[in-house]
Design a protein around this ligand. Sequence first.
Ligand SMILES: [Zn+2]
Length: 537
Amino acid sequence: MILKERELLQIDEKFICRLREQDPDALAVLSIKLISDLKEVLERLNQNPSNSSRPSGSLAHWDKGIADDDDEDGSTIDEKEVLRPETGIDKEEPSDIADTTEEVSPTSKETTERCKPGRQMGSQGFGRTQKLEVTGTTPHSCGCCSACNEDLTSIEKAYTGFHTVNIEFGNTDSPGVRLINTLNLYYMGRCPKCGLENCTEPWRAPADNSDWKDVGMTQWRLVGPDLAALIVYLSMDMRVTRRKVKQFLWDVFGLQLSIGTLQNCMVEAARALEPVEAQLIEDLCRESMMHADETSHNEAGKRLWLWVFISSSTALFFIGCRTKEIFVNLFDALTDFNGHLMTDGYSLYRAYLKRLRCWAHLLRKAKGLSESYTKTSQTYGKQVQDILNDLIEAVYLAREGPDRGTVSISVHHQETLKNLRKVCDAMAVSSHKKTRELGVEFLNDWEAIFRVLEYPAWPLTNNEAERALRHWVIMRKITQGTNSEQGSRALALFASVFVTCRLRNNSPLLYIRDVINMRRQGHDIPKLPQMPALEVA
Ligand SMILES: [Zn+2]
């Protein structure tokens, strides 16, 4: 919008007539501004989730399913987290699980008492008492009159202002990080020519029905975008508790910020990032291979699931129930996705036809059987292990080979597969529970399991997805989960952005800084950083 609300209120019939007599050219200029604003308002009125990047809330209904745990493959999620693949199929990175020795934050204990975060009713409030030296002033000048373009710089006066504390990242010439405290001044002045009272105002998002009512998007913020991004980075990427972030800011920058202010920064950043989800879905739909996995999540005592859908360059996280309804809804959003989907044995995924199965899970179950006390189960387990390991060898050879994995392994191993099928048929009716389950699993997922043999360049395990979840599993152990729907939403958005930026070899810190900066001024969210182009030697 070019004209401020306060200015519009002054422009009426009388004002227009007067301006026409004084300066017809100025009236033309004003009319152009009015038309432009009118069009912007009309466009905004016609906006809906289908034609804009407006937060659609379309993902919110995923949160609203009802848990049904009877539709599972028999393996529990906890089992997945505890048992890491030992198959040596794909090399695992060293686990950073050791981090869990970090203390449980005092804030998470407080949350179990279910009091509303922030200042409690009746408690004494604390204003900001710290006086920081002002390191710079940013004038928000009117410049020229909105109506007649008369120069106002000599008569306008500052009428309001606020401080923003921020950090400045250094560069190669001057490295390091510096704390700055900027005084933002807003000006007003009555135009001597047409009489319009001009003024500048910090941008503020118009009220809407968004889920983030408690923290508005506005320029009027104590914490600058770089510092806000650092707070998000420390909390989410470094898994530092709010209390520790507060301590860090005091120790490193001598800056006093309350836990409430830090919390506001987190909510504001999540709100700012919300439109990124549409970009992530768009990017995922273009991929030819995607991994999916899920892990349990605690939201205020409610058992939910953190899902991840991840490709080589994009990750989408969300928190909801582990139900069919949610999966179907998610695939409605990913309707343009036409690639292959790598998953574990969770039966819900069977609805997706172009599916690949993680072999690590199968090998783990086969190993379990080979160590059982029933002779036939032992033999079956050994057999499955041997066959899968032989095929893995063949897949690796094919990948290295001159055909680069275009030769079909299933043709060469026809007999082996036929035998395995026969054994699985027999085991699917075994009286031994685990043996029967593995037999049935093979029969149910046969196509998905052995699809990789047609194109050996495809992955054999779901390690990509499991690795992407691991950081958040550790975080869950530290924070005990989230305590509201909004907190869960924020966590999923942050996870999506951090993992995607990392996959693209870009800094999530700087991207989040840019997002906060742009959204505070009412601009669209910047595009997610793309993969850096490969350097050609
Ligand atoms: Zn004027």
